[in-house]
Design a protein around this ligand. Structure first.
Ligand code: NAP
Length: 257
């Protein structure tokens, strides 16, 4: 029988739905396995979903994710808490379709990071200079606070706050956005969000990233020893999401603002 893990946002509604779901699933023959689940049920919001994917990042080839939002509609979840019965019935009946969503990898000299929404370089301490290469060719020399590279799903997250375009679901695209770029004669950069093919590889290179943080969704890492960060869609890892019903992307988007 299948093994499940439930990841819930630490609020009363999500916690109580977690307890209820665990009981029902156990009664239906499922076993809880927090270490190596076949299914990860996510109860919370888009942030919780991203947290759950990072928690099981080494098991993406086997784990499938199914989410319910205990707030508004989400981009990673098709059900709200008022749809709880339908959510559970769909899962138990196996009437879900699996979809794969690409994620970003960020490769430095000594580590690999993953971004479901985005990977970013942010320097709040001092002005960051960097050369930006796309597919091995110098594209621009950037100066400013930082850069954000987002997935299609992440386009409604940090990317949108930076003035980036929202990308409709299903389009195989990534997007690069400047954070407070400085524009004058010496340093030329695009000064506009760049929506591009998701096969492109972007490299940020600098003599020094001192003071900068590498952001991968909710997590941040110091970049003191980094000189090169390569970002692109991971060939190895994808998020396997279960969907029980088709929701219009426009409805989701409307519920965001
Ligand atoms: P978090 O509390 O988990 O998320 C911050 C907010 O971003 C929450 O309201 C969350 O929605 C929403 N969100 C997350 N992914 C989204 C998506 N793909 N589309 C639309 N909204 C989305 O914060 P965190 O742990 O620091 O960071 C998680 C993500 O939040 C990051 O990847 C980043 O994209 C985003 N974020 C944005 C800003 C900004 O816009 N200035 C700042 C920090 C973080 P739920 O309420 O549904 O969880």
């Amino acid at each position: 029988m299948s093994e499940i893990a439930i990841v819930a946002r630490p609020d009363d509604t999500s916690r109580s739905l977690k307890q209820q779901t665990e009981l029902i699933l156990k009664r239906n023959g499922f076993t809880v396995n927090e270490t190596k689940p076949d299914y990860v049920l996510v109860i919370g919001g888009d942030g919780t979903f991203i947290y759950a994917v990072h928690k099981y990042i080494d098991q993406l080839s086997t784990a499938r994710f199914f989410g319910i939002h205990t707030g508004t509609l989400g981009f990673y979840t098709d059900y709200r808490d008022v749809d709880y019965d339908e959510f559970l019935r769909t899962f138990l009946s196996g009437e879900c379709t699996e979809f794969s969503y690409p994620i970003l990898e960020g490769i430095t000299e000594d580590s690999v990071y993953y971004g479901i929404n985005e990977i970013r370089v942010e320097n709040a301490a001092r002005t960051q200079n960097m050369n930006v290469y796309i597919n091995g060719r110098l594209f621009e020399t950037y100066r400013g606070t930082g850069m954000c590279v987002s997935t299609q799903l992440g386009s409604t997250a940090y990317n949108r706050s930076l003035g980036g375009a929202v990308i409709e679901e299903g389009l195989p695209l990534i997007e690069m956005c400047e954070m407070a770029g400085i524009h004058h004669n010496r340093y030329r950069s695009l000064k506009a969000p760049f929506v591009m093919n998701d096969r492109n590889r972007i490299v940020f290179e600098s003599e020094s990233f001192a003071g900068a943080l590498l952001g991968a969704d909710s997590d941040v890492y110091p970049m003191e020893s980094v000189h090169r960060l390569e970002i692109g869609i991971s060939e190895e890892k994808k998020v396997r999401m279960l969907k029980g019903r088709t929701l219009s992307y426009f409805e989701r988007l409307k519920s965001l603002f």
